[in-house]
Design a protein around this ligand. Structure first.
Ligand code: DSN
Length: 419
């Protein structure tokens, strides 16, 4: 027996066929989920490499397995590049995901039963910021803050009020559906006022921070967590940046606290993506993501679709659908039929339950990667409006779908992968 060299299509025609269909779906649809992107061939190459075979529990120079010398090099490179990208004192590149990264911060800095403060999930927060169905809400006492429901904005008065009332051990800032610049310095002020640690989760904004088009929380937060696959355009995974005084606790929390063997093929591909993000053209990419998002928000507003918080400073925006008479779930479905991928999302003070919602969340990272510019955004907006208005009408949706395919053909994604 030796290592099989058979092609996927021979070994597993089922998965091979699904992969082909997914490649076509991605090529011929508008990916507007703001937390998704398209990685480079170099990132993909490393993800699919022999690096997947190795156990490397521990950290560089302190492994529990032999044969880790090249993996030490890889992990050191990934850590150094992460620190360089963000100007951070320390980095841990082992978290398998953003949720794991956040879990490690809880485990490293505070104790179960302590109070944490995070943005309400239905106001744009994240499950790991204190949702009652998540470890964060199950194991910790949670005091959530919300946005001003008139303006859609996070305001110091509310954050300070909740902090003074609840006296949290840790304040979490960062969001999954908040389009405007988060005032990291304000959160630091509030954290200092009540003696709390400050965790900034920049999973959504990381690539924009590296590109210099969204303010960085690194100077203000004790710990910064992020995923590596959203605006940062790397492989799926997590990353923790911290001040040096927290490094030992964070490392211990990741391993052995939470995880076993690190996914070294994933860490290597994070390193590749970080190298890509350190190149000058990544700044152009990040700037284009925001320019495209602003252009899309304006074009949607011109078509009488309301944007929560009145627009965007980032890659993401929430469309408030209440005036259209179509709910978030039906809009997601209609947009999907037309080849526009979005997710339904609650809007602040949503009258609909979370499985229905009154909004959809859209963003520009993936479209920007495939070359869409601000000039394309009015057509993208027309397709969105057209699909929402055509909800339930397959004939009209098919007409929008045709327009979508035309747009996709104008900006090919990976034609070399289509047979
Ligand atoms: N699921 C991610 C998002 O879509 O924003 C957050 O974890």
């Amino acid at each position: 027996m030796t290592v099989s060299r058979a092609l996927l299509s021979e070994v597993d025609p089922d998965i091979s066929e699904i992969l082909k269909k997914e490649t076509e779906r991605k090529e011929f649809s508008l990916e507007l989920i703001p937390s998704e992107n398209c990685v480079s061939e170099a990132v993909l190459e490393v993800q699919g490499s022999i690096l997947t075979d190795k156990y490397c529990e521990g950290y560089p120079g302190r492994r529990y397995y032999g044969g880790c010398q090249y993996y030490d090099e890889i992990e050191r490179l990934a850590r150094d590049r992460a620190k360089e990208m963000f100007g951070a004192e320390r980095a841990n590149v082992q978290p398998h995901s953003g949720a794991n990264a956040n879990m490690a911060v809880y485990l490293g800095l505070i104790k179960p039963g302590d109070t944490v403060m995070g943005l309400r999930l239905d106001h744009g927060g994240h499950l790991t910021h204190g949702s009652p169905v998540n470890f964060s809400g199950l194991l910790y006492n949670v005091a959530a803050y919300g946005v001003n429901t008139e303006t859609g904005l996070i305001e110091e008065e509310e954050v300070l009020r909740v902090a003074k009332e609840s006296k949290p051990k840790m304040i979490i800032c960062g969001a999954t559906a908040y389009s405007r610049q988060i005032d990291w310095e304000m959160f630091r002020r509030v954290a200092d006022e009540v003696g709390a640690f400050l965790l900034a989760d920049i999973s959504h904004y990381a690539g924009l921070v590296v590109g210099g088009v969204y303010d960085s929380p690194v100077p203000f937060a004790d710990v910064v967590t992020t995923t590596t696959h959203k605006t940062l355009r790397g492989p799926r995974g997590g990353l923790i940046l911290c001040r040096k005084e927290h490094y030992k606790s964070i490392n211990k929390a990741v391993f052995p606290g939470l995880q076993g063997g690190p996914l070294m093929h994933q860490i290597a591909s994070k390193a590749v993506a970080f190298r890509e993000a350190l190149k000058p053209d990544f700044k152009d990419y990040a700037a284009q993501v925001v320019a495209n998002a602003r252009a899309l928000a304006s074009a949607l507003q011109e078509l009488k679709l309301s944007i929560v918080a009145g627009g965007t400073d980032s890659h993401v925006m929430l469309i408030d659908l209440r005036e259209t008479g179509v709910n978030g779930a039906d809009a997601e479905e209609a947009l999907g039929v037309a080849g526009i991928t979005v997710n339904k999302n609650t809007i602040p003070n949503d009258p609909q339950p979370p499985k229905i919602t009154s909004g959809v969340r859209v963003g520009t990272p993936a479209l920007t990667t495939r070359g869409f510019t601000t000039e394309d955004m009015s057509e993208v907006a027309e397709c969105i409006r057209g699909a929402v208005d055509a909800a339930g009408d397959d004939k009209k949706l098919a007409a929008v779908r045709e327009k979508v395919v035309g747009l996709c053909k104008r900006r090919p994604l990976f034609p070399h992968r289509l047979s």
